[in-house]
Design a protein around this ligand. Sequence first.
Ligand code: AMP
Ligand code: MG
Length: 408
Amino acid sequence: MNDCCGPGLRLLTVPEALERIVAAVGPAEGSEPVPLEQCLGRVLAEDVHARIDVPPAANSAMDGYALRYADFSPGVTLPVSGVVPAGAAAPPLAAGKAVRIFTGAPVPAGADTVVMQEVCERLPEGVRLPEAIRQGSNIRRAGEDMTQGQCVLRAGRRLRPQDLGLAATAGHGVLAVRPRLRVAVLATGDELVAPGEPLGPGQIYDSNSFVLLGLLQRLGCQVSLKTVVADTLPATKQALRDAAACSELIITSGGVSVGDEDHVKGAVEALGTLDLWRIAIKPGKPVALGRVGQTPFLGLPGNPVSVFVTFCLFGRPLVRRMQGEQEVSTLRVPVNAAFDLKSDGRTRYLRARVAEQGGELWAELYGHQGSGVMYSTSWAHGLVEVPPDRDVVKGDQLMYLAYSELLA
Ligand code: AMP
Ligand code: MG
C-alpha cells in the first residue's frame, strides 16, 4: 500500500490518481485480423499504410470536357472524339480534340484540363469552349489524397466510421486490431438481488453490474464474468480467483471501504497487491487499484452514482490504455454555472444538463446530488467539475465533461 492509505494521510487529487492509474497498466497482448465491416470501435494494433496512390490515377472532378490546354483559344470549337465514363479505361486524347468526360472518370493521356459542361456549348460539330479557362483545372491528381506506402492511421487509434472509409480507400479489407479486452465485473454485497426477482427485507436490486456492463460494452470490451459476491472474505477471494482466470481486468463495486463487511481490500491484498486507496473526489472517495495475481484490478465504491462517476474518470482511461489506445484523456469544455454552490474539500462531479444561451453553455444541476441517486445520472447530459474549496456563484466558469465524450 502507498502513502495515501493510512488514517490522517492526504487524499490523492484526481490528476494524481489518474496518472498512477494510467501508469500502472500497459496495453494487453495480441492482435487479430478483423474484416473492416466489424472494425468499428476496435483499436488498431498496427499502423495502416496506403496500398496504392489515392486517387490511383488522375480523374475528372466535374462532368465536362477534357482537352489539351495548348489546343485552347477563347471561344474555340473542338471536335469531340468520344466519351469517358467513370470506371472505364480512357484511350489517349488526339491533338486538337476534346473528349466528353464524367466525374471520377480517368483523364485520358494527353489531356491536362477539364472544362465543366455548364460553361460549354454543345454544337453539332463539337464543343464550343468559353472565353477563358484555367490550365489544369478540375483534375484530381493521382496521389493527391494519399501516396502509396504513406501511413494513414497509427496503431492505437480507436476506429471511427471515417477511419473505416480511409482504410477502405487505402485498399485494406481486413485490419489488425487489438483483441477485445476481457473484463470481469463483480458486484459485492449481501443486500443485492438480481432485477426482476422479488425483494426481501433489507434487499436492493444490483444496479452497478448493469451500469458497468454498459460502460464496458460501449468501450468494446467483452464482459467475461458478471456476478454478485457475498460479503465474506472466502467468497470474495474465490470470486477474485475465478475472475482472474477468465479476464484481463477485474472491476469490483462496493466493499472497498474499511467497514466490517468490506472484504475487497483484504481479499486483494491476500491474492496480490493493492496500490491506491483514497481520492479527493465526490462522489466516490474510496477507489482501489491493484493486482489479483498478475491481473489488474480496479475496485470502485458501492454507491451507484459513485460507480458511474469513478468509472468514467478512472476506469475508462484504464480500459482504453489496456486496449492499446494512445490518447486516453477526456476533453473538458468550459460552461457557465446556472447555480450557486458552497465549497467542499473534494473535487466534485455534479450531474448537470447543459443548454446554449446567448452563444454560451449554461449548466443546471440535478436537485439531489446524493451518491445513491441513480436518477441524476440518467437525467443529466454530463458532469460539471467543481474544484476543491471553491464557492460557486451563478455565472462562474466551470469545466464540463459531456456524456458524448465520456460514453462514446
Ligand atoms: P459499500 O461500499 O459496499 O458499503 O456500498 C455502499 C452503498 O452502495 C450501499 O448502500 C450499498 O447497498 C450500495 N451498493 C453496493 N453495491 C451495489 C450494487 N451493485 N447495486 C446497487 N447498490 C449497491
Ligand atoms: Mg457492501
